[in-house]
Design a protein. Structure first.
Length: 266
């Protein structure tokens, strides 16, 4: 497994856990962190033993957005990673899930600050859990900046437009309960237990047929902007092949035999 000094990578069974690890900076995004994230998403995509990914932060925060000084490559902290960014100028957007969608489900476990670039990256995840004291928000307009990580496009597709515009145009902080009320996160749990809850959800995902899970995720995103007629046609094209897999037959057999299924991605 990879990782960098600002991004740790661990395995919890079939789940890959990516942990943003700059607690002294509330896990603000550095070049080292972005390179680690990019490599982590690739590892999850390429390793068939990985069935889900949990994204979280160390030290009681998720991510406080961009660290402009670190991203400029000041000092040794960023210098060793600059060649990676030169080789792929889109690397930072892929790392933040703006220009990359992992084929495995991604579950966010949020504690503390999840603001600016943190909230933008959150929008690239599939299932979201937050601790009671978590704080969300897109603060860019308060600083005369633009939330260019995808929020003016994605947020209105994920929550009602009136809430999306209020978040984007006021730059105010949102509590975890407010974020849940508007649909930005799905679960609010006691502080310090977001990762535990995310891993519980991941384990449920992992127990399902991996080919089916990946096809369902792909279908949801592929059909999001289609008409109902086109979406239903695309769903059939994506879904019917799943029924012909050995895993589908194993699922039915395991149900009949009253035992856990043994899926083999076949």
């Amino acid at each position: 497994m990879g990782g960098t000094e600002h991004l740790t990578v661990q395995r919890e069974g079939a789940t890959l856990v990516l942990t943003l690890n700059r607690p002294q900076a509330k896990n603000a995004l550095s070049l080292a962190m972005l390179v680690g994230l990019y490599d982590g998403w690739l590892e999850a995509d390429e390793d068939d033993s990985v069935r889900s990914v949990v994204l979280t932060g160390a030290g009681g925060s998720f991510c406080a957005g961009m660290d402009l000084k670190a991203l400029a490559g000041k000092g040794m902290e960023g210098e060793q990673y600059r060649d990676r960014l030169k080789a792929d100028p889109d690397l930072h957007w892929k790392a933040m899930l703006r220009h990359h969608r992992p084929r495995k489900p991604v579950i966010a476990a949020v504690e503390g600050y999840c603001v600016a670039g943190g909230t933008e990256m959150l929008q690239g995840t599939d299932i979201r859990v937050a601790g009671d004291s978590a704080t969300f928000g897109l603060f860019e307009v308060r600083r005369g900046l633009f939330p260019i990580g995808g929020s003016t496009v994605r947020l209105q597709r994920q929550i009602p437009r009136t809430h999306a515009l209020e978040m984007l145009l006021t730059g105010r902080p949102y509590s975890a309960r407010e974020a849940a009320d508007i649909g930005l996160v799905g679960h609010v749990v006691p502080d310090g237990t977001a990762l535990q809850k995310a891993l519980e959800i991941a384990e449920r995902v992992n127990s399902c047929g991996p080919l089916a899970v990946e096809a369902v995720k792909a279908s949801v995103y592929e059909t999001a902007d289609l008409t109902e007629t086109d979406g239903l046609a695309a769903e059939l094209a994506r879904g019917w092949p799943v029924f012909d897999t050995a895993d589908a037959k194993e699922g039915a057999r395991a149900f009949a035999e009253k035992r856990p299924p043994r899926y083999r991605r076949a």
